[in-house]
Design a protein around this ligand. Sequence first.
Ligand SMILES: NC(=O)c1ccc[n+]([C@@H]2O[C@H](COP(=O)([O-])OP(=O)(O)OC[C@H]3O[C@@H](n4cnc5c(N)ncnc54)[C@H](OP(=O)(O)O)[C@@H]3O)[C@@H](O)[C@H]2O)c1
Length: 397
Amino acid sequence: MTGITVLGSTGSIGVNTLDVIAQHPEQYRAVALTANQNVERLFEQCVVHRPDYAVMSDVAAAEQLQQKIQKAGLNIEVLAGATGLEKVAVLPQCDQVMAAIVGAAGLLPTLAAAQAGKRVLLANKEALVMSGRLFMDAVHEHGAELLPIDSEHNAIFQCMPESKGGRFNGFEDGGIEQILLTGSGGPFRTVDPAELVNVTPDQACAHPNWVMGRKISVDSATMMNKGLELIEACWLFAVPPEKIQIVVHPQSIIHSMVEYIDGSVLAQMGSPDMRIPIAHSMAWPQRMSSGVERLNLFDVARLDFERPDDVRFPCLRLARTVAEQGGTAAAILNAANEIAVEAFLDETLGFMDISRVIEETLADVSAQAAASLEIVLQADAAAREVAQSHIVRLKIK
Ligand SMILES: NC(=O)c1ccc[n+]([C@@H]2O[C@H](COP(=O)([O-])OP(=O)(O)OC[C@H]3O[C@@H](n4cnc5c(N)ncnc54)[C@H](OP(=O)(O)O)[C@@H]3O)[C@@H](O)[C@H]2O)c1
């Protein structure tokens, strides 16, 4: 039996992970579930999945959950806060950790899982974007396995050569020319740029192909998601940013490609459903069913490809510059983006001002070598403060 801790079980990736676990009860068991504030959903998940532990980051929410668990007579230990998250990421009965907390809040428990040598199923791209080298070093030093859940990185992983056991280090050895990182272009790919000034959070969250949490949905609308994925791919596959070409592919059927020096291009295709990369990463190197409807190429009929538009989507340019710069620049970009997206979702910042806040924060907070976790966390905190000051200046209400 494989024990899985699901960090962020009440979110979109968390729910999909529990769906896959429930399809294979003889092989997988959720040993711990975590959420921030959503007591109702975590309680429902506890009733169905009977984990050993349930963690609420929010202390008051943890007390509420504790009362409900007690009343229902469930034998589940309830923990609270960051220490609770870190504890369940390293449990002896946990073999795999699904890192599906959104944003920087996921960094410490995800890193703890890597340091404990677990198989880390990485959805929380912000953790890797922030801590890049430190995170990869922890994976290698502690013999952890890092399996990418982002559909694009999971696709790249599947298209990489299997030889030499160096999937994450075999870029040149494997005869690889470049990575073709695909993205749908989000809901505003063809919208008149003049109209983007007034878009609402609900419009930004209406992704054409994927159903996701609100933060990543806004990231997809600004294409910062693709920028974060570019940085993520550099770390996961030990590849410089100039070896990654972003390709806009509106149908989201090809999830990414790897081009080899002989001209071969390998692509991974599938329905846009996160249960595919989740099931793949849980079962790897085997395969297991995911419950996803089969891809019908006759229904898909055509696949389109376009160059990305850096003018319409300035976040792409900012992320590429940061990927080239290295050090704490990515942590600064990530923090400013989180703060700006939050303000946009709260309707206090305009859509077009998201990239502006990030650009101004990058100009104000100097990047340095990301030599320790403390330095990364300091950069994150400094960027949040500066970004907040820009938001106050640009505030729409
Ligand atoms: N959704 C996708 O299809 C998709 C695809 C690729 C990658 N990803 C990545 O996967 C991660 C999760 O995305 P999502 O769409 O599943 O997000 P989501 O639906 O917003 O869920 C986020 C989860 O994190 C928890 N959480 C939020 N803030 C927290 C905090 N401060 N401390 C602890 N837990 C916290 C939430 O708990 P509450 O419910 O209590 O708020 C929830 O369980 C993101 O990094 C995203 O980029 C997502």
